[in-house]
Design a binder for this molecule. Structure first.
Ligand code: NAP
Length: 302
């Protein structure tokens, strides 16, 4: 029996663990991939208050080490189901806890085109900082118009010979600061009001077809495609204990509680206005503190 079981070892989950461990709770973190969540892929973080600049990898590793030092147990298993009784079923084991914090973040959205899955690692990537180095002096394209796509295009422009940035509108969702940096880069070509309609090649990606809003099609030769069209939550497995919105994010009246007593939510996986490191950290600390307080109240009533 654990006091607090945290699902997800991204910034929100690790921060929950930090607060719970410092309150002497017995904590288990279940993570399906590796620690750090999406921030581990950020080349640099410049908008975290109090830190001038740090790489996503260093930030995530510092947070992980901070939590490890306090003696957390982390198991790399995939959670399949949780029950109202707070039993957590993974692909390998089952665990029981007094409280559960769901901090599962989101996963990269796919274009859902033919060959997309087949060519992941063969020209298609969802992480510029992970795979950008494979495209030194090559031609790459980035798809998307948010912070991730614009930052990826800037990052890749220092590695690749040429970068196409393909976006379905003519206005970027990304912050102005990144858009102005983007526009200064000589080897980035913007292809606006356009979507990718097909992925072509033999054993790997070689060309993409782009469909403009006026229905004109164009095929461009590329070595790599970085898809950065946003994120999706993976919460269907929890829908017996939480309420989901139309996009699959967990609904919470106050940003912490779910519809089930003792099951809390934190970070990008919940319905919220701003999905950033600052808000994930804030969510993680709040969820753990509220879980601890409610556990104490319950014990006092006994
Ligand atoms: P995002 O902000 O949701 O942007 C996704 C982009 O992809 C949008 O421009 C969207 O177009 C486009 N798109 C969505 N579906 C598409 C489709 N099927 N085909 C073509 N284009 C499609 O996602 P994100 O850039 O991954 O960012 C996610 C969150 O993380 C955001 O809150 C962002 O601010 C945050 N983030 C912050 C930083 C930072 O602070 N430095 C860095 C990275 C990410 P429309 O614009 O037309 O909708």
């Amino acid at each position: 029996m654990y006091d607090i079981l945290i699902i997800g070892a991204g910034p929100a989950g690790l921060t929950s663990a930090l607060y719970a461990l410092r309150a002497n709770k017995k904590v288990l973190i279940l993570e399906q991939k590796n620690y750090g969540g999406q921030i581990i892929n950020a080349e640099k973080i410049e908008n975290y208050p109090g830190i001038l600049e740090i790489s996503g990898f260093d930030f995530a590793t510092n947070l992980y080490n901070q939590v490890k030092k306090l003696g957390v147990t982390i198991k790399y298993e995939t959670v399949e189901k949780i029950t109202e009784e707070k039993i957590v079923q993974t692909n390998q084991n089952s665990y029981k806890a007094k409280a559960i914090i769901i901090a599962t973040g989101t996963e990269a959205k796919k274009l859902n085109l033919v060959n997309e899955n087949k060519w992941i690692g063969k020209g298609i990537s969802y992480c510029a900082t992970c795979d950008g180095a494979f495209f030194k002096d090559k031609i790459v394209a980035v798809n998307g118009g948010g912070n991730t796509a614009v930052e990826d295009a800037i990052y890749l422009s220092d590695i690749a010979k040429k970068v196409y940035l393909i976006h379905r509108r003519d206005k970027f969702r990304a912050e102005d600061k990144y858009v102005s940096q983007l526009k200064k880069k000589k080897n980035i070509e913007l292809i606006l009001n356009a979507t990718i309609s097909s992925l072509n090649g033999n054993n790997q990606l070689e060309k993409i077809t782009i469909k403009k809003n006026d229905n004109q099609e164009e095929t461009i030769q590329i070595d790599g495609l970085f898809i950065a069209i946003g994120q999706n939550p993976q919460n269907d497995r929890f829908k017996n204990v939480v309420e989901l919105n139309e996009k699959g994010y967990i609904k919470s009246q106050d940003g912490v509680h779910t519809k089930t007593k003792g099951i809390y939510v934190a970070g990008d996986t919940r319905e919220k206005i701003l999905r950033q490191l600052t808000t994930a950290i804030s969510d993680g600390s709040l969820a753990a503190t509220i879980a601890i307080n409610e556990m104490k109240e319950k014990d006092e009533k006994k």
